[in-house]
Design a binder for this molecule. Structure first.
Ligand SMILES: Cc1cc2nc3c(=O)[nH]c(=O)nc-3n(C[C@H](O)[C@H](O)[C@H](O)COP(=O)(O)O)c2cc1C
Length: 218
């Protein structure tokens, strides 16, 4: 029985959020294909995790038996987040672009789960695990656009999940989400609509493919 860890970080509700609604579509498709599966949902916008502290950082590199009271308390949350990620068979993350990067709540979660010697850089606990990232943005950052080169979400997450954690990462990128609400973007509405249809198809196809793969592995 496979477990999907689903993480949201948009500050907006599902009715107004591209990343939340696509992640919901992915999750519903995955459950349809995989009715005996389990979804663990973590909403970082509603329940932010702690920022890393010196005590939580140092505790990560010490034998738990040697933790002092402050380190033990600080490491408890980190351990829970790492164990939740390690226990998942696949991961789904909603990561809207905020000021060219990821929401700070997602960055705080990443700083907690990346632990050299356990999850990161040569360690194998997350090796090969699949992560799907839905990264919505108000504008467009692809080749040939005026903002090409200013997307610090995909490159950053590729580095963290791919290079540091050894995970297999795939992106779903709904763009130009500002077009329906910003009159200055009215001429981009057809491109927004095309992106919306394409990403809905991608979310469905990827969830089906992943569910089939996890089903075969079970
Ligand atoms: C705080 C904040 C910062 C944003 N910064 C950017 C940005 O740098 N570039 C961009 O294209 N859109 C930006 N946007 C627009 C969002 O990326 C866009 O609304 C996206 O659809 C939000 O994700 P969601 O629909 O999943 O909530 C920003 C939105 C917010 C709320």
């Amino acid at each position: 029985m496979a477990t999907l860890l689903h993480i949201d970080s948009s500050v907006l509700p599902v009715s107004a959020s591209a990343s939340r609604s696509l992640a919901e579509l992915f999750r519903a498709t995955w459950l349809e294909q995989h009715p005996e599966g389990t979804v663990v949902h973590r909403d970082l916008a509603v329940h932010p995790v702690s920022h890393l502290t010196a005590a939580a950082h140092h505790a990560g590199y010490l034998d738990p038996a040697r933790h002092d009271g402050e380190q033990a308390a600080a490491f408890a949350e980190r351990k829970e987040l790492i164990e939740e990620l390690e226990a998942a068979d696949a991961v789904l993350i909603g990561a809207p672009m905020y000021n060219l990067s990821v929401p700070s709540t997602l960055k705080a979660w990443i700083d907690n789960v990346v632990l050299i010697g356990r999850t990161a850089l040569g360690a194998a606990t997350l090796q090969g695990k699949h992560v799907t990232v839905v990264t919505s943005r108000g504008g467009a950052y692809g080749p040939g656009t005026p903002r090409e080169g200013y997307d610090y979400v995909q490159n950053y997450l590729e580095g963290v999940f791919g290079m540091m954690l050894g995970m297999e990462i795939e992106f779903i990128v709904p763009e130009l989400t500002g077009a329906p609400v910003d009159p200055a973007m009215a001429e981009l509405l057809p491109l927004y609509e095309a992106s919306r249809s394409r990403t809905r198809e991608e979310a469905t196809a990827l969830a089906e493919r992943l569910a089939a793969r996890l089903g075969e592995a079970a």
